[in-house]
Ligand binder design. Structure first.
Ligand code: NAD
Length: 253
């Protein structure tokens, strides 16, 4: 019996990157996995490979959430694990950040997380419990230049996680945030217009000496989805190779 046996896990942004890594690990641990994404071809291919279910979901759309949760409920049962993982990155100086770009990032990262939690909570409470994992970032803990909208969205996710955790603590629903550091996925290249990015230099600035892999975040997500984390709620779980242990005047030796 796997560590996630009995779990029905809806993972957003699961067609690639960290979401896909989580979907793979969850399936290995016997969860019934729902791969949710706007990228239908990649999402369906992964779901077929894992024996999972694919649902088209744009996390920024309220109606989409209702339809997705209804579909999962019909196929399996109401989700008792939600990984709010979908997110986008946008680089721009504050004075060059358009309102449209700012709102796009907030709508997907922040509003999407809010809508996701709200969409599953009644079902989880009715079923007697669940686990919600909100993927923030080290930019939900510390600031980075050129990332006004992204940093705002990730701080907001950290905050709303704690409110939800307090409201739901007596109902058996745990809510935690995950704060990855620099992880090797398509996110950074996509935000830089699709160009290849050599992360070796960035990796050397990390105390552990390298950037992280999506599977290393997925391990943490499995723990939070499982009953092994039964006493964890409202907490911040960092997987950043030691980056946030330092302050900006320190050197790593
Ligand atoms: P990624 O770009 O590889 O994957 C993101 C996935 O989200 C894609 O499959 C994409 O199609 C999907 N997506 C985008 N907009 C969506 C929407 N509106 N609705 C549904 N799906 C949507 O990125 P990743 O690195 O795997 O990022 C996953 C999460 O981890 C994000 O929330 C990101 O902010 C966070 N994160 C990433 C890093 C990193 O260095 N890669 C660091 C910290 C936090």
């Amino acid at each position: 019996m796997g560590r996630l046996s009995g779990k029905i896990a809806l993972i957003t942004g699961a067609a690639g990157g960290q979401g896909a890594a989580a979907a793979r690990r969850f399936a290995e641990e016997d969860a019934r996995v729902v791969v949710a994404d706007v990228r239908d071809d990649e999402g369906k291919a992964l779901a077929d490979e894992l024996g999972a279910h694919f649902v088209h979901l744009d996390v920024s759309e309220e109606d989409g959430w209702a339809a997705a949760v209804a579909e999962v409920t019909e196929v399996y049962a109401p989700p008792n694990v939600l990984v709010n993982n979908a997110g986008i990155l946008h680089f721009a100086r504050l004075q060059d950040t358009t309102l449209a770009d700012y709102q796009r990032v907030i709508q997907i990262n922040q509003v999407g997380t809010f809508l996701g939690m709200r969409a599953v909570v009644r079902g989880m409470v009715k079923a007697g419990g669940g686990s919600i994992i909100n993927v923030s970032s080290i930019e939900g803990l510390r600031a980075a230049p050129l990332l006004s909208a992204y940093t705002a969205s990730k701080f907001a996710i950290r905050g709303m996680t704690k409110v939800a955790a307090l409201e739901l603590a007596g109902k058996g629903v745990r809510v935690n945030s995950v704060h990855p550091g620099m992880i090797e996925t398509g996110m950074l290249p996509n935000a830089l217009g699709g160009q290849a990015v050599d992360l070796t230099f960035a990796g050397k600035k990390v105390p552990l000496g390298r950037v992280g892999q999506p599977e290393e975040v997925a391990q943490l997500t499995v723990f939070l989805a499982s009953d092994e984390s039964s006493y964890c709620t409202g907490a911040e779980f960092v997987a950043d190779g030691g980056v946030t242990a330092a302050h900006s005047l320190s050197s790593f030796g």
